[in-house]
Ligand binder design. Structure first.
Ligand SMILES: *[C@@H]1O[C@H](CO)[C@@H](O)[C@H](O)[C@H]1NC(C)=O
Ligand SMILES: *[C@@H]1O[C@H](CO)[C@@H](O)[C@H](O)[C@H]1NC(C)=O
Length: 358
């Protein structure tokens, strides 16, 4: 009786011990496997790293003087940040010129051959109203840097909002409108296939010391992976530049660019920020939110800055009349038509603009 009891206890113990050993064994075995897997992944990463370890600098027209060390050692100041990258104002050491450096986060960039093709395409774009790409640097860890000229007057959004008298003169509003439209015309019609800007907004128009406009960031969405470019579209919607029909960034088109151009023109005339705060209530017709009250209330003074009418005229094209301002306003509103088919194309926008100047 006592013996049997002992045996049961021993057996019980043994099986418990066995169980414990078994559990421990399984645990360690799985841990090892996981570790092996991790090592494998790391090895693979390293191998890929070796393959991609060639540092590469591609120089385009105007960037012949760039060197890798120049770009990497340039003292820089962060002037812009987004989900997918950072903008720096950097001082090139070699001949002390300021440049705009755009760093793209490796996880956000598109992969494969396509990326190189897009860089080659963007590097060849040259127009007096487009920010040129001077150089492109790819680093060993997948980091990517785009080099552009630096423009001293900053962007159009700051210019419109800082209350500077210049932003309220007809001559400047008119010439900036023409300049942006010419830049966009080149993107839409100057190549075998149109280059869709995808993120046109006043923050992406840079100004030189003579308030001459240069469109930046065109085609950038083509360099980003699907998630990152969709985030870019959502930001553009929040900022108030996204055409109502546009759901996926890959569907961005000439028509959606024209919509964004219309919003910039309205911004120039009204001095307002197009922020899309509250969703537009459905009243049977569509208006960009920030112009809604002004249009519904028929308050001409809300449609454009009254100061524009007071701006001094010098020369024919810059002579300001209420008629000219309202014609520009009408053109902007047509660009912002809810139906893409009703929007003018960029050539029609330019004809209309030139007509307004006559
Ligand atoms: C720097 O080099 C570029 C290209 O060689 C040249 O166009 C530019 O004028 C130079 N800038 C200065 C400040 O020397
Ligand atoms: C794409 O970019 C996002 C960041 O916007 C990143 O979180 C994601 O991992 C990337 N996706 C792929 C498939 O690389």
């Amino acid at each position: 009786m006592k013996n049997t009891h002992m045996i049961k206890v021993v057996l019980g113990l043994t099986s418990t011990t066995l169980l414990v050993i078994l559990v421990l064994f399984v645990f360690f075995y799985r841990k090892r496997t996981a570790e092996n897997e991790r090592e494998d992944v790391e090895n693979m990463d390293q191998k890929q790293g070796v393959e991609a370890q060639t540092e590469d600098l591609i120089k385009f027209h105007g960037g012949q003087d760039l060197t890798i060390s120049d770009i990497l050692d340039a003292p820089g100041e962060v002037i812009g940040k987004s989900n997918f990258g950072t903008l720096y104002k950097a001082l090139m050491q070699q001949n002390s010129t300021l440049r705009l450096l755009r760093f793209l986060r490796p996880v956000c960039t598109a992969r494969g051959m396509e990326f190189g093709d897009v860089i080659q395409l963007l590097g060849c774009v040259r127009h007096p109203n487009l920010v040129p790409l001077l150089g492109f640097y790819a680093g060993p860890r997948g980091e990517k840097l785009l080099v552009h000229p630096f423009y001293r007057r900053g962007n159009l959004a700051e210019f419109i909002r800082d209350g500077n008298g210049e932003s309220q003169t007809w001559a400047i509003i008119y010439s900036i409108s023409i300049g942006i439209s010419k830049g966009l015309e080149h993107l839409h019609t100057g190549f075998q296939k149109p280059i869709i800007h995808g993120n046109l907004k006043s923050k992406n128009v840079l100004l030189d010391r003579n308030y001459h406009p240069y469109i930046s960031d065109f085609g950038l969405h083509l360099l980003l992976n699907a998630t990152a470019s969709q985030e870019m579209l959502e930001a553009s919607a929040a900022d108030g530049y996204k055409a109502p029909e546009l759901i996926k960034m890959k569907d961005a088109s000439e028509e959606t660019d024209i919509y964004s151009l219309g919003v910039i023109l309205l911004e120039l005339i009204s001095g307002r920020e197009p922020i899309n705060e509250n969703p537009t209530p459905d009243e049977g017709f569509y208006l960009p939110n920030f112009m809604r009250n002004a249009v519904l209330g028929h308050r001409i003074g809300d449609l454009f800055r009254p100061e524009i009418l007071l701006s001094s005229d010098n020369g024919d094209q810059s002579r300001v009349t209420e008629e000219r301002i309202l014609k520009l306003f009408q053109l902007a509103m047509t660009c912002c038509s809810p139906s893409p088919a009703l929007r003018p194309n960029i050539k029609q926008v330019l004809w209309k603009l030139e007509d307004i100047g006559k």
